[in-house]
Design a protein around this ligand. Structure first.
Ligand code: 5RP
Length: 231
């Protein structure tokens, strides 16, 4: 009997199915999180059978996992363009705008997605929302003077901002040495404008709004189906 929760089973199914979208001989971006985990395991199994790919990881965690699975790695500096990136999401709206960064890897994830011809999003059905904003928007900021950034985000109309904490209560540190501010905006009606306003704040490194990057979305449903969304 499987010990996975219903949610984890959805993540496993959609992650494993996503691995079938990868073409041999390509360089792909591999995402971060508990859904991408299953995709990386499935890719690792294919590589062990001789499947030829190279991967650019979106975090240290993914780099370690992919390496342990025997997946050959390369870097964003060593390639011009990736054929495909497969990554999870915290929220997906009907226009395929995303909130990402729940796992703290949004900076590298966005850079890898932006360098890819296609971005395949893998999500369980609970990630589909009518409008972004139920999930707090992660914003990566440099530690220097971060309280200034914090105040400027509140001044944009965000009712509550929290500094993401590590298990010991100290600020969570990203792979790139930064902090994450989790911004509880509530419903985000104009993600593009909000994204621009956040980028205009000195000290903001990147935010978790992914706009115009997703080209395909695969969804795992609680009844065991995996479906591809159509626009
Ligand atoms: C990490 C991310 C993840 O893709 C996102 O948090 C979804 O994670 P999971 O698949 O574990 O639900 O953006 O920065």
């Amino acid at each position: 009997m499987s010990t996975l929760s219903e949610k984890d089973q959805m993540k496993k199914k959609v992650g494993e199915y996503a691995a079938t979208f990868v073409q041999p001989g390509t360089v792909i971006g591999v995402g971060t999180g508990t859904t991408a985990y299953w995709m990386i395991l499935a890719l690792g199994a294919k590589v062990k059978e001789g499947f030829d790919i190279k991967a650019v990881p979106t975090s240290k965690q993914t780099e370690d996992l992919a390496r342990a699975q025997g997946i050959p790695l390369t870097t964003l500096n060593d390639i011009e363009q990736l054929a495909l990136t497969i990554d999870g999401a915290d929220e997906v709206d009907p226009g395929w705008q995303l909130i990402k960064g729940g796992g703290g890897a949004l900076l590298q994830e966005k850079m890898v997605a932006a360098a890819s011809k296609r971005m395949l999003v893998i999500a369980d059905e609970q990630k589909l929302v009518p409008a972004l904003g139920r999930f707090p928007l992660p914003v990566e900021v440099i530690p220097f003077g971060y309280k200034q950034v914090y105040r400027k985000i509140l001044a944009l109309g965000c009712p509550s901002v929290t500094v993401r904490a590590a298990a010991d209560g100290s600020p969570y540190i990203t792979d790139h040495g930064n902090y994450i501010l989790d911004c509880h905006f509530g419903v985000i009606s104009d993600a593009a404008s909000l994204g621009e306003a956040l980028h205009d704040i000195p000290g903001v490194v990147e935010h978790g709004l992914f706009i115009g990057l997703a080209t395909e979305v695969l969804v795992g449903y609680s009844d065991g189906r995996v479906g591809e969304l159509k626009q």
